[in-house]
Design a binder for this molecule. Structure first.
Ligand SMILES: Nc1nc2c(ncn2[C@@H]2O[C@H](COP(=O)(O)OP(=O)(O)OP(=O)(O)O)[C@@H](O)[C@H]2O)c(=O)[nH]1
Ligand SMILES: [Mg+2]
Length: 210
């Protein structure tokens, strides 16, 4: 059976929510992008949707402090979550962001998959490992993108890929790890196939129920 591909280029901005109470109704399906501040979440969203300016990117970490919502169609959305772990902000602000993130992850019923982005040069920091473990514990499929792959030589990045894969295998669950570069477009197609698969899987489930 050939799988129908969702057109990710159709993505359009819906809203920037200061917290989950400002999000669209909790129906349909969402895939959320999480990662440390500056990991390349917004850039990856732009590359995946082929829209240069869809999500705002920045050299200054902590740029995305709001929950940004992008719509693919009436029932599917992509979510750019606030980055975690940025050292140079006051503790109170950091806690506020983490609270926002936790609220989204714990309460959002329509969340169907988690994309965790880590700079290939600094993978698997504590908060990343927590995020991935949370996804697995919540029986959420997780796609780990090792971003900025253009910054390392082939043998170096393959070594990181192998290491991260073997570390995460221990968690069990549905975790896929791949290299990604927003700059070069590396890994775009396989990542889109994964997201597409998650969205389609749930469309079929909804259909089965009726
Ligand atoms: N070389 C290279 N640089 C990248 C890549 N992806 C992102 N960057 C750069 O990394 C910086 C941060 O990228 P963003 O996409 O804004 O990161 P973010 O994770 O959304 O950051 P916050 O919103 O602060 O959480 C920017 O200067 C990007 O240009 C990549 O694939 N290759
Ligand atoms: Mg961002």
């Amino acid at each position: 059976m050939t799988e129908q591909m969702i057109d990710f280029r159709r993505a359009s901005f819906v809203t920037s929510a200061p917290d989950i109470t400002f999000l669209p109704a909790d129906v349909g399906m969402e895939i959320a992008f999480a990662g440390r501040s500056n990991a390349g979440k917004s850039s990856a969203l732009n590359t995946l949707t082929d829209h240069k300016g869809l999500a705002h990117t920045s050299k200054t970490p902590g740029r995305t402090q709001l929950i940004n919502v992008f719509r693919l169609d009436d029932e599917r959305r992509l979510i750019d979550l606030p980055g975690y772990g940025f050292a140079k902000v006051p503790l109170e602000m950091k806690l506020q962001w983490q609270e926002k993130l936790a609220q989204y992850l714990e309460q959002r019923q329509c969340l169907r998959g988690l994309v965790v982005l880590m700079d290939v040069r600094h993978p698997l920091k504590d908060l990343d490992a927590n995020m991935i473990a949370w996804g697995v514990a919540a029986q959420m499929p997780v796609l780990v993108l090792l971003t900025k792959a253009d910054k390392l030589k082939q043998n170096e990045k393959n070594k990181v890929l192998k290491h991260v894969k073997s570390e995460l295998e221990e968690l069990g669950g549905e975790v896929i790890v791949q290299l990604f570069s927003s700059l070069k477009g590396t890994g775009r197609e396989p990542a889109l196939r994964v997201l597409n698969g998650w969205f389609q899987r749930h469309s079929e489930q909804q259909f089965d129920v009726e």
